[in-house]
Design a protein around this ligand. Structure first.
Ligand SMILES: Cc1ncc(COP(=O)(O)O)c(C=O)c1O
Length: 170
């Protein structure tokens, strides 16, 4: 993933919504990017306000991390709000969305899980993260899945091989 800034020196920005899962900012730093925290409000059910997102995106924004159902807030993104976010993402061609849906099965009606990649035009723009550790198989089953567009996959193949080696050795 290209996380370099426009002049080759500035770092790309990874937009993370607060409250966040503790690892996201460190992951951004590991990728040599700058984490940008957008706080969400309890009055918005800790969901992203699209107007705030639109006002914070700039030419350095490379990745928006969304987690639904969310750790730690439990918020679930409704389809209408995801569509509004997708409209904003569509206006920023260099921005990808990392949609962490690892808690997909820990959800209670009437909330319904929607994958960001399932929205029109968003499959190519989404890195879908899932795994086996939250579906009753057990905490020791730390095998993740990363589903992404073949073009992005090609660029990240070395990183994925490194992860696989890391899991194998640990
Ligand atoms: C939001 C979120 N994403 C990803 C993970 C990683 O899950 P795993 O236990 O499979 O490494 C966790 C783990 O707590 C999590 O909370």
């Amino acid at each position: 993933m290209d996380l370099e800034g426009t002049d080759g020196r500035e770092r790309g920005e990874v937009v993370i919504l607060g409250p966040f899962w503790v690892s996201y900012p460190e992951m951004a730093r590991l990728a040599d990017a700058t984490p940008v925290i957008l706080p969400t409000l309890i009055s918005d059910d800790f969901l992203l306000n699209p107007k705030v997102l639109a006002s914070k995106l700039n030419e350095k924004s490379r990745l928006l991390i969304l987690c639904s159902p969310s750790n730690p807030t439990g918020s679930v993104y409704p389809k209408k709000l995801l569509e509004e976010i997708a409209d904003i993402v569509a206006k920023h061609p260099r921005l990808l969305v990392l949609f962490d849906e690892i808690y997909e099965h820990i959800i209670y009606p009437p909330a319904k899980h929607i994958s960001f990649a399932s929205l029109p035009g968003m499959w190519e723009r989404t890195l879908t993260v899932n795994g086996f550790s939250k579906v009753g198989i057990g905490d020791q089953c730390n095998i993740g899945q990363l589903l992404e567009h073949p073009f992005v996959f090609h660029k990240n193949i070395v990183l994925i091989l490194f992860w696989m080696l890391h899991f194998y050795l640990n």
